[in-house]
Structures are given as C-alpha cells and as structure tokens.
Design a binder for this molecule. Sequence first.
Ligand code: B1M
Length: 233
Amino acid sequence: MADEEDIILADLNDEELVEQMFDDLYDGLKEEIEESVNILLERGWQPYDILTKALVGGMTIVGNDFRDGILFVPEVLLAANAMKGGMFILKPLLAETGAPRVGKMVIGTVKGDIHDIGKNLVGMMMEGAGFEVVDLGINNAVDAYLDAIEAEQPDILGMSALLTTTMPYMKVVIDTLVEKGIRDDYIVLVGGAPLNEEFGKAIGADAYCRDAAVAVETAKTFVGRKHNQLAAG
Ligand code: B1M
C-alpha cells in the first residue's frame, strides 16, 4: 500500500479524492486540502458541493471524534485551519453570482464562544446569495451587536453559538432589543449545532436556521416579507 507521501491527489478519482480530503482534514493538512479543492474545481465541481460534501463532510467526522475524546483541541484547531484554507478559495466563487443586493445582515458568534467556522460559512453563503454581510467575528457581547446594528442598519441580525453554555446569551441580546423597543426593527435569525427550532422560538428569535442553506432561504423569505409589508404600508 502506498504511504501518505506517495499519494498524488490529482490521480485519484472524485470519490477517492473526497475520501482523501476527509483524511487530510482530519490530519489538519491545509496545503493538501487547498490542492484538492482546486482539483475539484478544475473538474467542474460546484463550489457549494465542494463545501458541503468534502469540507463539511470531513469536519463532521472530526466533530464526532472530538466528542468521543479521540481528538483533542490542538488537532481540531489544525483541522479547522485546514478547512478555512479550503473555504478561503471557495469564498469568492460562492459570492460570484453577481446578484443584486437583496438585503443586509450583521452576524457574529455570541459572548464566550470562539467557534466561527459555521458562522463564516453562513456569511459566505449569504454573500453568494446577494446579501451584504457585516461579520462581527467571535465572542460578541450585547453592546457589540447593538453598536453594529445602529451603525449598519441591517435587515437581519444573525447570531451563532456552538456551546450549550453560550446559546442562552442569544436571549440576553434579544431581550435587550425588546427593552430598547427596537426588536421588531430587525429580523433575528439564530443558528449553531446545539440549537433547535424550539429554542429559537423560546428566546424570541424569528427563526432557527439548521444550516447555511436554510439560513439563506429563511433570510430571503423574511426580507421579502418585510419589503412587501413596507410596500403595502
Ligand atoms: Co469546540 N465544541 N470547543 N472547538 N467544536 C463543539 C461545538 C462540541 C459539540 C464538540 C463535542 O464535544 N462534540 C463541544 C460543545 C459541547 C456542548 O456545548 N454541549 C465543543 C467544546 C466542548 C469546545 C471547548 C469547550 C473544548 C475545550 O476547550 N475543552 C472549546 C470552547 C471554546 C469556546 O468557544 N469558548 C472548544 C474549542 C474548539 C476549537 C477552538 C478547537 C474549534 C473551533 C475553531 C473555530 O471555529 N475557529 C472547535 C471545533 C472545530 C468544534 C467542532 C468539532 C466543529 C464545529 C464546526 O466548525 N462545525 C464541534 C463539534 C460539532 O459541532 N460537531 C465542537 C462545522 C460547521 C460548518 O458547523 O458550526 O454547526 P456548525 O455550523 C452550521 C450550522 O450549525 C449553522 O450553519 C452552519 C453551516 O451549515 N449555523 C448557523 C451556525 N451558526 C449559524 C448562525 C446562523 C445560522 C446558521 O445565523 C443566522
């Protein structure tokens, strides 16, 4: 059997290459991931398919082994870094639809939480769908969201949380919007692996988005509705 160094990525068929990408992501091999992304692009793969089938698919395996105590934080950081390398190549391609701006979103990961891969993916897909996206990064306290929505006047406020300990902070932000009497000025969308629809409803968000594709569809629906209401009013 060929050892790792003997593998020529371009010689693998699509299925083998995606399998190899799962392994390379697992091993945090950023350059190999970048090369494979470029190979799949050259073979005519859609950027969205590379993202979901190869990169997110590989990250799911990493996530499961992290959960089961097989991988630890340093390895997962390397895997995340490799994934970001791939996403960096895909980002301009996903955003390249040339669609007119359909709305604006401010998005950030909540206070205490430094997970940003899912949020970045949502931002990329939203940009690809024609939204203007203002990304606040990670670890955002309520004031960061308030300052950004005041300065940017977005249609949508998006929040991401990956920890069961940080997801309740979304309610702190929404409650503050209510206190200030500005809750209904924004469409509030929330997402992240530990959330669900029930949680979204319970904290007063407009919708919970299971993944980036759902986030785009939900955003379009709500922004369309808002524009119709404005036109009717
Ligand atoms: Co963390 N971590 N992590 N981690 N990490 C999880 C979340 C965990 C589930 C792993 C596990 O145990 N199985 C677990 C949480 C358990 C829990 O809360 N119940 C966990 C833990 C415990 C921790 C630490 C506490 C570990 C430690 O230090 N002991 C620590 C916390 C640090 C902190 O935040 N304060 C920690 C650290 C890290 C790393 C730094 C090593 C790294 C983050 C690197 C980075 O993001 N730059 C990391 C990673 C990578 C993960 C896993 C493995 C993968 C997350 C990911 O990127 N998924 C994760 C396991 C898992 O989720 N299975 C885990 C891929 C991404 C595309 O999916 O983020 O779900 P996701 O995003 C999706 C949807 O959720 C949705 O769309 C996205 C795209 O489809 N979505 C939105 C997300 N945000 C949205 C916002 C929206 C809409 C949709 O707004 C409109």
